[in-house]
Design a protein. Structure first.
Length: 112
């Protein structure tokens, strides 16, 4: 699957995990984008399109400040682990920017 939001970066394969996209920026900083994080990112793109560029700038800032980042859906259960990398979830980026999406999904009211 192509991640067009990250075309500004150089993508290259990680032979240990081909399911997670790995990128490098112009400064040589390396980061991974796990599928769960990408799905969450697309949700924000769909629901908060007017602030999406701001979110992508925040992602770039995290990469440039930390140099080795894994963007994951769940830092307690990431798809990959790499020594020296930090983990960031979508809410680590959106909450400080006050970009919120209300989750109105809920379970059924029809219990047994």
């Amino acid at each position: 699957m192509d991640y067009p939001e990250f075309h500004a970066y150089t993508e290259y394969q990680d032979s240990e995990n081909t399911l997670v996209h790995r990128y490098k920026n112009d400064a040589g900083d390396v980061f991974y984008v796990e599928p769960g994080f990408y799905d969450a990112l697309l949700g924000f793109k769909e629901k908060r399109a007017e602030r999406f560029d701001e979110l992508m700038k925040a992602i770039d800032t995290v990469i440039r400040e930390n140099h080795q980042v894994i963007f994951t859906a769940d830092f307690e259960n990431p798809w990959i682990t790499r020594e020296g990398f930090i983990y960031r979830e979508i809410f680590d980026l959106t909450d400080p920017l006050h970009i919120f999406v209300e989750d109105k999904s809920r379970g059924s009211d029809y219990g047994d």
